[in-house]
Design a protein. Structure first.
Length: 307
């Protein structure tokens, strides 16, 4: 299949392009040059530009990664986040609908959402399946819930071939240092290079369902081939891990002495104490299984920063 990837210059984009090629697809990168794939510029906020990209690429499928993914930025700029994540998704859906209305073959569209849409649930409710109520607790989560709602509404109203992925926390080489594991890795790499031994941290008691970005990319590739239209799929490991344990493993990997200091700027009132998911629906539909253990993901993430 010819697969258009929006937001291809982001953290997940390069890994997805590699996963698509491995699966025998022909990827087209939109949004930024990446990893040798054909590249087309894309402004997701400009509907005519989005339509032009979809028309020129003439893809069989689209994986929509483009978005604003940092929760603190959404708290600072909720309108901008909503415009990119929700309205931008509508721009893409409308571009696909226009293809169909002209009598063309409309591509399948995988909308990448986020497990943040689930919000706060009791620990005994974990792991969450796709039927769990959505309780977005920040503007980022709300924008993703809105994008999901639009995607599924366009599927029902216009008959578009659309499905939704809800990835949980994913980590690995190339992640922005604003995110927790990448931040730890960057701080430890700076210490290993001779910097001050002080590490600034946020809430270490929170538990998250971590998955390697390469496993997430493989899940996206599997979904565009075998997922069911109009359905939502969790992408996760099913095993919550405390941030404190992730930090402990990274310190062991880095082999440097550190002093840990709480940073109030890294604490968020809306932070969830625990979030983990059930990927049984994804496994049943595609046969997908994660290949990377947490320690391997952490080692690769740290090695990438050190390099």
């Amino acid at each position: 299949m010819r697969v258009l990837v929006t937001g291809a210059s982001g953290f997940v984009g390069g890994h997805l392009l590699a996963a698509l090629r491995l699966a025998g697809h022909d990827p087209i990168a939109a949004g930024g040059p990446r990893d040798g794939a054909p590249f087309v510029p894309l402004d997701i906020l400009a509907p005519e530009a989005v339509r032009a990209v979809v028309d020129a690429a003439a893809p069989d499928a689209i994986v929509h990664l483009a978005g604003q993914a940092f929760v603190p930025q959404s708290l600072a700029d909720p309108l901008g986040t909503f415009a990119i994540n929700a309205t931008g998704t509508v721009h893409l859906l409308e571009a696909v609908r226009a293809v169909r209305e002209r009598g063309g073959s409309a591509p399948r569209v995988l909308i990448v959402s986020s497990a943040e849409v689930y919000g706060r649930h009791a620990p005994e409710r974990m792991p969450l399946d796709e039927a769990a109520p959505l309780r977005p607790g920040n503007p980022y989560a709300a924008s993703k819930a809105a994008a999901e709602a639009c995607a599924l509404a366009w599927s029902r109203a216009y008959g578009l071939d659309v499905l939704v992925a809800r990835p949980f926390n994913h980590i690995g080489p190339g992640q922005d240092a604003r995110f927790v594991v990448a931040s730890f890795a960057a701080q430890l790499a700076a210490i290993a290079a001779g910097g001050p031994r002080l590490m600034h941290v946020g809430n270490l008691d929170a538990q998250r369902d971590f998955l390697d970005v390469r496993d997430v990319a493989a899940a996206y590739a599997a979904l565009i081939a075998n997922g069911r239209s109009g359905e939502v799929y969790n992408i996760c490991s099913g095993r919550p891990v405390a941030i404190r344990e992730v930090l402990r493993q990274l310190i062991t990997i880095a082999r440097v002495p550190v002093e840990i200091r709480d940073d109030p700027e890294r604490l968020r009132p809306s932070d969830l104490p625990i979030l983990s998911g059930d990927a049984g629906k994804l496994r049943a539909a595609t046969g997908w299984e994660p290949r990377y253990a947490l320690d391997a993901s952490l080692r690769d993430a740290y090695a990438a920063v050190r390099a």
